[in-house]
Design a protein around this ligand. Structure first.
Ligand code: G6Q
Length: 538
């Protein structure tokens, strides 16, 4: 379905603009003073996730108008279309079915004539079998040694998900094995990842949807050379030390990996939505198939919440609409996601790709320029560390920075009163941001009225992680739907890739190349070439 009316021309958008003029200066202090129940009323819960959205600069009327906008933009129909496997990624003419990756075994979903649930579970079963063999020691390296190290090589969507989730679920991971994630084409990344590893005990998981990505193939070739150099050059070692996760069997075979050791996924899984697919293989080795299954069940619980819950109680819809309120009506350019859990150290970086690659778009589904602001800049670090670094700007700077605070009621590592101190800080920050403090000296005044969401789960389990990731996936989808953009393509990433292909031979040519870039790029290429020649000579 495409929208024929640009969002800013709809009556619902214009009603929000008028409403914004009325409420933009209202302070959270007043909103709380006027309504003693606000903190308990403006909450929602689902799939084990509790959301308090009361510390937002919204009234009941704001929420009513935002929900009306979602209805008017056809969110209900778009959700149904996504879950049914319609080709809602229009620019690539593809279904968008990451939700199918977490359907239970007994579900059924036929898309383009294919039972995708059966396909998904066939791969999950193969992954589980493989992981059990590695974890038990039945799968050995070329010399018969047990595999003790797993190195995932991938980038973007083929790295950020498993790397984030491995950190998040480290508590549940095999502590007698080492897991590393190599992504950057910078050789420093590979060199540091393997410097203390023994090739005979190391398994590489080459994760690439296309199996054509420069960084990943470069690292994979270097890994191959490293394994062969360490194991006497016998090509047969490749089969024992390399497996692939990809949609492209031909390229996997061309690289030299036996397609019997390839784990498949499908073009209806977008890169940044792919870690619940076989892209999570290294994570599954780390936490085991059962915990991986719990994580998928968590994703599915949030999928079902999103699909079936009325919008006024629907967590991703509420988060999406509240975010849009600041992004489009208050002019907020960023959103900070601040997890109060050290295991979620990479969560904000993961969300950065999920959100910014999905909703960083300037044309709508009809190919027209979007006349409103689309996706926000997403950033963040775990609390309490950020409190001693960048929170100052949120408290007393001149910018509006809406924040999501994430926390868990129970800690995985009960140590003294650490956890109470952690959560006290989370609560204190949202209180201070909302209500501020008066002071006689201007530099001590904290104005408050900085909006926050507080998101609480019981405990950081694989299930909880799945629900949190799906929460944000669907939040991003909600926003993209309201703006009327395609959240599932990423054409902007392509330009830089093409230009790099042109520059590589210019850096490597023996003779001075005929440079035809702009004067800046030409001069920088010459400077690099000259510096490299000096280093080689000296
Ligand atoms: C994600 C993007 C991008 C992609 C990487 C890796 O949605 O498409 O981050 O995941 O470019 O691509 P491959 O998996 O094909 O190597």
């Amino acid at each position: 379905m495409t929208h024929t009316t640009p969002v800013h021309e709809t009556a619902e958008w214009q009603a929000l603009e008028a409403h914004h003029r009325d409420v933009r200066d209202v302070h959270l202090r007043d909103l709380f003073d006027q309504d003693a129940e606000r903190g308990e009323r403006m909450t929602a819960e689902g799939a084990g996730v509790f959301l308090d959205y009361s510390k937002n600069r919204v009234t009941d009327e704001t929420m009513r108008l935002l929900l009306a906008l979602a209805e008017a933009r056809g969110l209900r129909g778009r959700i149904d279309a996504m879950f049914a496997g319609e080709h809602i990624n229009v620019s690539e003419d593809r279904a968008v079915l990451h939700t199918a990756l977490r359907l239970p075994r007994d579900a059924r979903l036929v898309v383009d004539g294919q039972d995708v649930v059966a396909d998904v579970h066939a791969v999950l079963d193969r992954m589980a079998d493989f992981c059990e063999r590695v974890r038990s020691g039945a799968w050995t390296g070329h010399t018969g040694s047990r595999i003790r190290n797993v190195v995932n090589i991938g980038i973007g969507g083929s790295d950020l998900g498993p790397a984030m989730a491995y950190e998040a679920l480290r508590f549940y991971s095999r502590r007698d094995m080492t897991f590393r994630f190599v992504s950057n084409v910078d050789g420093n990344d590979f060199a540091e990842a393997v410097r203390d590893l023994a090739p005979e005990e190391t398994l590489f998981v080459i994760s690439s949807k296309t199996f054509g990505t420069l960084e990943t193939l470069t690292n994979a070739h270097t890994a191959r050379d490293w394994v062969l150099a360490g194991l006497g050059g016998d090509e047969a070692a490749v089969a024992k030390h390399f497996v692939a996760v990809s949609t492209n069997a031909e390229r996997v075979a061309a690289f030299g990996i036996d397609t019997a050791n390839m784990f498949e996924f499908w073009d209806w899984v977008g890169g940044r939505y792919s870690y619940p697919s076989a892209i999570g293989l290294s994570l599954m080795v780390a936490i085991g198939p059962d915990a991986f299954g719990d994580m998928l069940a968590g994703f599915h619980a949030m999928d079902e919440h999103f699909r079936t819950t009325p919008f006024e109680r629907n967590l991703p819809v509420l988060l999406g609409l509240i975010g849009l309120w600041y992004n489009d009506f208050f002019g907020a350019e960023t959103i900070a996601v601040l997890p109060y859990d050290q295991y979620l150290a990479r969560f904000s970086a993961y969300l950065q790709q999920l959100d910014m690659e999905s909703d960083g778009k300037h044309v709508d589904l009809d190919g027209r320029q979007v006349e409103v602001q689309t996706g926000p800049i997403v950033w963040g670090q775990p609390g309490t560390n950020g409190q001693h670094a960048f929170y100052q700007l949120i408290h007393q700077g001149t910018k509006l920075v809406p924040c999501d605070f994430l926390g868990f009621v129970e800690t995985l590592n009960p140590l003294g009163d650490h956890h109470d101190l952690l959560i006290a800080n989370l609560l204190a920050q949202t209180e201070a941001l909302a209500f501020g403090r008066d002071a006689p000296e201007p530099n001590r005044v904290t104005k408050g009225n900085q909006p926050t969401n507080t998101i609480l789960c019981d405990r950081l389990t694989p299930h909880a992680l799945g629900t949190l990731v799906a929460l944000y996936e669907h939040k991003v989808f909600t926003q993209g739907t309201v703006w009327g953009i395609d959240s599932f393509d990423q054409w902007g990433v392509e330009l830089g890739k093409e230009l790099a292909q042109r520059i590589i031979p210019e850096l490597q040519a023996d003779e001075e190349p005929d440079l035809r870039h702009d004067s800046s790029t030409n001069a920088l290429i010459r400077r690099y070439r000259a510096g490299r020649s000096r280093a080689a000579a000296g």
